[in-house]
Design a protein around this ligand. Sequence first.
Ligand code: XBP
Ligand code: MG
Length: 242
Amino acid sequence: MPIRALIFDVDGTLAETEDYHRRAFNQAFAEASMDWVWSRETYAGLLKVAGGRERVEANASATGGTGIDAAALHRRKTEIYQTFMRPGEIKLRPGVERIITAARARGLQLAIATTTSRPNVEGLLATTLGADAIGWFASIRSGEDVSVKKPDPEVYLRVLDDLGLAPRDCIAFEDSANGLGATSAAGIATVVTPSIYTAGDDFTGATVLLRNLDEPYSTALFKPRTSLSDLSRDAADLIMGI
Ligand code: XBP
Ligand code: MG
């Protein structure tokens, strides 16, 4: 059964965006005269909580912060993050554009399943792939579309529903244990390319673990013992960019 769609996570998978999120949060906190400053180390721990608003709420609970308007802070953080989406500032990770181009040439459907907010997805796609790129994706589901974020599979199930496809028809691309948890629960084979913030995550259950999408399959960090397990030859070709 040939693969019919590729489903991409956004933060950490399409691009190393997570530190821009961190900086946008810090700017929003400073504007609100708060004394919160999230270092890289602090943020790495906070990333276990999926979703920016939820992350602010979790930090407020953990630090005994009261009277914090997490929704307002998160709205402002999203505005600030948009200002970082400038051409040349944020680049796609290696291999991402090549795989998207190859998939389009083969007539595969493309989709996005992300925890982040929709404006952030649109900003990233437009900045890196051009204004038309958003139209290349048959389904884009983001944090606003779900009641529970990753590792819950809801966002992937919504994408499958939009596409009218079964899990076995698709390959997902993720960078984090939260993302892999979501794809695994949805039953979708997953190529994992760990990002700066997720390199230490547990990727048990990944179909293939590569440093990035330009890495040859022969030197993958992890690969199934027998060929590409249940992935079709077509999928293997695509993943390896043959
Ligand atoms: C990663 C996330 C997001 C971002 C912040 O999303 O956990 O919450 O850190 O985005 P992805 P928001 O599924 O794309 O890897 O502040 O917009 O929630
Ligand atoms: Mg991610």
